[in-house]
Design a protein around this ligand. Structure first.
Ligand code: TXA
Ligand code: MG
Length: 352
């Protein structure tokens, strides 16, 4: 039985954080909110505690965990050295939705770094996450709190769908602000490399490090080379029914969806659609409301990022046997959104 505690007043908050910190120190796993997605946390310096995370998620053991810290001195506890570029990124973006790849100290267990000489370090901004790290007094290892391969949870309810009975506690801090995982940046080399796009965009990184000094891991933009972030090579974020993306000009979307929905229905499929408000309103005649998931207004990238995982998950209890999703631009935050949608769809796309 998993205890889910709502953190909605000062007293509940204090008691819950005390208990959760105690559980982490005892080597147990606690799910908690961050500004990106919910995390599945354990003592990051305790290999046996972290083994429980792999177990609960069904995560391949070669996929390393990132460590969450509350302050700068905790970074120094786990990182052997902080390169100049990383130093600038810490000053500009920490706390916030960014994970930095840094050379690791021996105190970080081998089992959680997948044998790499580096460790991913993230200083979350969410006050519950920060208070939990402080209460535990140790860096907290935390992947997203989903079963491996499923969309990341951005509400406590979605955490429970995947983790009920597998972990002792979920801290419910409401819905996450950003809704996509942190930007992962390797700033140990000549150029900073984005290993996973997120809310801190390439443009924002360049503003701090200088134009031309940030590149995107080529494996993220279609090429079939192996990504540098081990986790990016797995199928991920997938809903239960297969998803196909429709990409192209926003003005042509509604027509393309009408055509594709009718075609699939004529083949006997029950079609579900995840799309913008603007597209869904043009499908009212051919698609029942319960087979639609509205991910926000067309072009409102922050809203779409915040909604995509819950929208994908909303079909898991529905009868749709095939899903269509609307692509966005790949500019700015759109790069993070399209990265997740491409993986969720296994790169199946149609041009509008
Ligand atoms: O926003 C987030 O980052 C969330 C919240 C909970 O903080 N966490 C998260 O963790 O997304 P996870 O484990 O789902 O994704 C971390 C990614 C994985 O793809 C992993 O392979 C990669 O980071 N990673 C971890 N350590 C790494 C390292 N030393 N070098 C390169 N990639 C690494
Ligand atoms: Mg994940």
């Amino acid at each position: 039985q998993t205890k889910c505690i709502q953190i909605d007043n000062v007293k509940a908050r204090k008691e819950a954080l005390h208990e959760a910190g105690e559980l982490i120190r005892r080597g147990e796993v606690v799910a908690f909110p961050t500004e990106t997605v919910y995390g599945l946390g354990a003592n990051g310096l305790d290999a046996d505690a972290c083994a429980k995370i792999y177990q609960a998620k069904g995560r391949p053991s070669d996929n390393p965990l990132i460590l969450h810290v509350a302050n700068r001195s905790m970074i120094d506890q786990i990182a052997a050295r902080i390169p100049e570029k990383a130093e600038k990124l810490i000053a500009a973006f920490c706390p916030g939705p960014i994970t930095l790849i840094l050379p690791r100290k021996a105190i970080v267990p081998d089992r959680i770094t997948g044998g790499l000489a580096t460790v991913g370090v993230r200083m979350p901004e969410h006050d519950v996450a920060r208070a939990l790290i402080a209460a535990a007094g140790v860096p907290i290892a935390a992947p997203s709190a989903n079963i491996s391969g499923r969309p990341s949870p951005t509400t406590a309810d979605s955490v429970l769908v995947d983790m009920e009975g597998k972990i002792p506690m979920v801290l419910d801090g409401g819905a996450c602000d950003f809704g996509v995982e942190s930007t992962i940046v390797d700033a140990t080399g000549d150029k900073a490399i984005i290993l996973r796009p997120g809310a801190i965009t390439k443009e924002m990184l360049e503003e701090v490090l200088g134009e031309g000094s940030v590149i995107i891991d080529p494996a993220l933009v279609g090429a079939d080379s192996v990504p540098k972030a081990p986790g990016m090579k797995y199928t991920h974020y997938a809903p239960k029914a297969p998803l196909t993306l429709i990409e192209g000009m926003p003005t042509r979307m509604a027509r393309a969806f009408q055509r594709e929905v009718k075609r699939l229905q004529s083949e006997g499929h029950i079609v579900g659609v995840m799309a913008s408000h603007e597209v869904l309103k043009e499908l009212k005649e051919i698609l029942p409301q319960e087979l639609m998931a509205d991910y926000g207004h067309q072009g409102n990238l922050p809203a779409i990022a915040a909604n995509i995982y819950e929208a994908l998950r909303s079909f898991d209890e529905k009868e749709a046997d095939i899903l269509l999703g609307e692509g966005t631009t790949s500019e700015g935050l759109g790069l993070a959104i399209m990265n997740r949608l491409h993986k969720a769809s296994g790169f199946r796309t149609i041009n509008a």
